[in-house]
Design a binder for this molecule. Structure first.
Ligand SMILES: [Zn+2]
Length: 112
C-alpha cells in the first residue's frame, strides 16, 4: 500500500465533498481503517500532513477509526477477533471467514 497515494485520494475525496457543499475550508476528514487494510497509520498521517499544505484542507486533521479484524468459523460458528490474519479456527480448525478488518473508506468530511 502506498500511503502517499492513499493520502492523495483521501484529500481528493475531501476536496470534492467541500466543493459539493460550497465549503472553503476542511477541518477534519474521518477515515475507517481495518486492521488488515495494510495501511501504515503513521506514514499515512505524515503524507496527509505534507499534501494538505496550501490547500483548503491545510488545517484539517485526519481522524482514523480503526476496525479490528473479526472472523467467523464456518464449522463451529464462533466469532473471533484476530490480532493478525489467521485462516483456521483456533478451537476446531474450521475455516475462518473474514467479517471485518479490511475496511478503507472515508466516513465524513467536516467542512465549512
Ligand atoms: Zn471453529
Amino acid at each position: 500500500m502506498h500511503e502517499a497515494t492513499l493520502a492523495e485520494n483521501i484529500l481528493n475525496i475531501a476536496f470534492d465533498a467541500a466543493k459539493q457543499n460550497h465549503a472553503e475550508k476542511i477541518f477534519a476528514v474521518g477515515l475507517t481503517l481495518g486492521e488488515l487494510a495494510g495501511v501504515e497509520v503513521e506514514a499515512l498521517t505524515l503524507s496527509f500532513d505534507v499534501l494538505k499544505k496550501n490547500s483548503p484542507a491545510e488545517n484539517a486533521t485526519l481522524k482514523i477509526n480503526r476496525v479490528p479484524c473479526c472472523a467467523t468459523c464456518n464449522k463451529c460458528g464462533k466469532t473471533f477477533t484476530l490480532e493478525r490474519y489467521n485462516f483456521f479456527c483456533p478451537e476446531c480448525d474450521g475455516v475462518l471467514i473474514l467479517q471485518s478488518g479490511r475496511e478503507l473508506l472515508v466516513d465524513f468530511v467536516d467542512c465549512e
